[in-house]
Design a protein around this ligand. Structure first.
Ligand code: NDP
Length: 337
């Protein structure tokens, strides 16, 4: 069993020494356990947080432990009711070829799911994040303007498409012409603005002539600075992620804009609310799965995936994700199904 363990806690960007590939015997499932062969491993921004022992909503991975991660896997052997050999499951199998599971957090996907890896994206955690965060916190109303950062990614891309279905005018923010073209062309947003191009704040303003009623925050930093003055009275801001800050080792240089932000919240009677998907909205999973499954089948929600071949490439692929190199949902394929 090849597995990536956390070798040391990174300071700033993870590097070659952060994770170590080790090999051990494939474990035997005990009573109440099943053995999984991981087929796809999800790479997600939150994994950076688990490498660190800074205070967080979840415990860090310990040094020497296998890196955690969502997987789509097949059951090799099972001593667990409800799971049998050959079943596909979505689970938290971690960065390794094989995993033992007692069924906690595992969902049986049956013997022949269509697009099994999509359970790591639009039909799984990122999809639930988008759907629940937008409907429960964003509360979109027809005709409102919704702005979405990291708009080409699995969360942002899905948020914007749901916003369109619910009748919003949707403006994405993404880096570079290729991602921008995908967001308007394939995903069907009304507009998309390149935050890496000169004149970004003005271009965003031009794209939002009626201001911003909902801002979906995925990135933080300079992107939020450009959105803040455009927010309308009673705007809602689901605070989903701050990826521009995940490798930061200190707060940015001043001026201190905390009171500008607080004043904006006060004057505009804005709501900003953070959430952690499974803790806050896990109970909505069945409703989500039914609704999103239908939208995807009907072609109303589209999904882009990037498949990286081989567990040995997972570490570099993850670092690339944090640098903004992923285009769509990044998954690692560990083996043929
Ligand atoms: P993405 O694939 O969208 O994340 C990577 C993308 O973020 C990059 O491709 C890049 O796109 C963009 N990005 C923007 N600014 C930066 C920057 N400074 N450095 C690097 N990348 C940047 O990931 P997900 O869709 O999986 O997640 C989106 C956000 O949602 C993340 O912040 C994540 O942590 C959060 N999240 C939160 C959850 C919760 O429960 N609260 C659950 C799941 C995800 P571009 O080139 O366009 O800039």
């Amino acid at each position: 069993n090849r597995r990536f363990v956390l070798a040391e806690r990174p300071v700033g960007e993870p590097d070659d020494d952060t994770l170590r590939l080790e090999e051990e015997a494939v474990p035997e499932p005990g009573e109440g356990q099943m053995l999984l062969r991981n087929v796809y491993l999800s790479l997600d921004p939150y994994m950076r947080g688990r490498m660190s022992d800074a205070p967080s909503y979840a415990a860090p991975v310990e040094i020497g432990e296998t890196m955690i991660g969502g997987t789509v896997s097949r059951v090799v052997a099972s001593n667990l009711d409800g799971f049998e050999e050959g079943d596909w499951v979505s689970a938290f199998g971690g960065w390794q070829d094989y995993a033992l599971s007692d069924g906690t957090g595992a969902i049986n996907m049956g013997k022949s799911p269509e697009n099994p890896s999509w359970a790591l994206g639009v039909l799984g955690m990122p999809g639930l994040t988008a759907w629940a965060g937008l409907t429960q916190i964003g509360e979109p109303q027809e005709g409102e303007t919704l702005v979405v950062s990291a708009a080409s990614g699995p969360v942002g891309g899905t948020v914007g498409q749901i916003g369109k279905i619910l009748g919003c005018r949707v403006v994405g923010i993404a880096g570079g012409p290729e991602k921008n073209a995908h967001v308007t062309g394939t995903l069907g947003f009304d507009a998309c603005v390149d935050y890496k191009a000169d004149g970004f704040p003005q271009a965003l303003k031009d794209a939002c002539p009626d201001g911003v009623d909902i801002y979906w925050e995925n990135v933080g930093g300079a992107v939020f600075d450009a959105v803040m003055p455009l927010l309308n009275p009673r705007a809602r801001v689901p605070v989903c992620g701050l990826i521009s800050q995940y490798n930061a080792t200190s707060l940015p240089e001043g001026p201190d804009r905390l009171n500008l932000l607080l004043g904006t919240i006060l004057r505009k009677r804005m709501t900003m609310r953070g959430f952690i998907v499974f803790d806050d909205f896990g109970h909505l999973y069945p409703e989500f799965a039914a609704q999103m499954g239908a939208w995807v089948r009907e072609g109303r929600v589209r999904y882009r995936e990037e498949v990286i071949d081989g567990l040995e490439r997972a570490s570099e692929a993850f670092r690339g994700l944090l640098r903004g190199e992923a285009f769509g949902k990044r998954v690692v394929k560990l083996t043929e199904a």
